[in-house]
Design a protein around this ligand. Structure first.
Ligand SMILES: [Zn+2]
Length: 249
């Protein structure tokens, strides 16, 4: 399992987890917290369009509408993944329309994110670890790690084992949201199985205690000992440990 993948981020209490284990970052779900995130991004980018460089200062009489844009659309990603730093940029209204729905590499090129673009280009040819990638690109390993980690959350690269990554297309790759949904289903199955075990355990204990009570009243020592042994056996052998090594890839 991807160690950065924290299910609790997605399965927060406000959600109806029985029907919707994944909250995508789609317009319908963008309320107050989206406005807050969008403002953070616009402030980070100083209200300058990351594609054309226009900003409000250029248009005193006709202020530009600045917007926050998802490079990889929120419909492909869970909400926390859709909102990582790399995936969001401030853009003017017209550039927003221009970038929307375009290929990730084309967009990265348009906004001058050569660092992320180079990583995707190299990992398209061969899978590499962040360390080897940083050697090849002659950049800091920390920077590469941070970008690869975000690109993974954006579903643009995928882990290959051995700490290596490879470029994938976010629109067609099995999305992080799909993985969460799968994991959620598996956890539900484990939960149901544990509930069954617990219910049987409770039933056996209740019946045994009733028996114990009546045999004690009857003063049948052998019967009391037999019932006690059976109860001890149940307690010893009931297994509440389920295999929760889930395969999420
Ligand atoms: Zn623009």
């Amino acid at each position: 399992m991807n160690p950065k993948w924290d299910l609790s981020e997605v399965l927060d209490e406000e959600q109806d987890v029985d029907t919707n284990p994944v909250e995508f970052d789609v317009p319908a779900s963008r309320s107050y917290d989206w406005e807050k995130r969008a403002t953070e991004i616009k402030e980070r980018d100083n209200y300058v369009c990351q594609r054309c460089g226009n900003h409000n200062g250029n248009y005193e009489n006709y202020p530009l509408t600045m917007e926050a844009h998802h490079l990889v659309p929120g419909k492909y990603l869970s909400k926390p993944d859709a909102r990582v730093e790399l995936n969001l940029i401030a853009v003017c209204e017209s550039c927003h329309g221009y970038l929307e729905g375009s290929h990730i590499e084309w967009q990265l090129n348009e906004i001058g994110r050569d660092d992320a673009l180079q990583i995707l280009s190299v990992l398209k040819e061969r899978s590499l670890s962040p360390y080897l990638l940083s050697q090849k690109l002659e950049t800091s390993e920390d920077c590469v790690r941070s970008l690869v980690s975000q690109l993974e959350r954006m579903n643009c690269v995928t882990a290959q084992g051995g700490g290596r990554y490879r470029t994938v297309c976010p629109a067609t790759a099995k999305s992080t949201a799909d993985r969460v949904r799968l994991r959620w289903k598996q956890e539900q199955a484990v939960r149901r199985s544990l509930e069954e075990t617990l219910s049987e355990f409770r039933q056996t204990l209740t019946t045994g205690l009733d028996e114990l009570e009546s045999t004690l009243e009857a003063g049948d020592r052998d019967q009391v000992e037999a019932t006690l042994e059976r109860l001890q056996n149940t307690i010893r052998t009931t297994n509440f440990e389920e295999d929760i090594t889930l395969n999420d890839r």
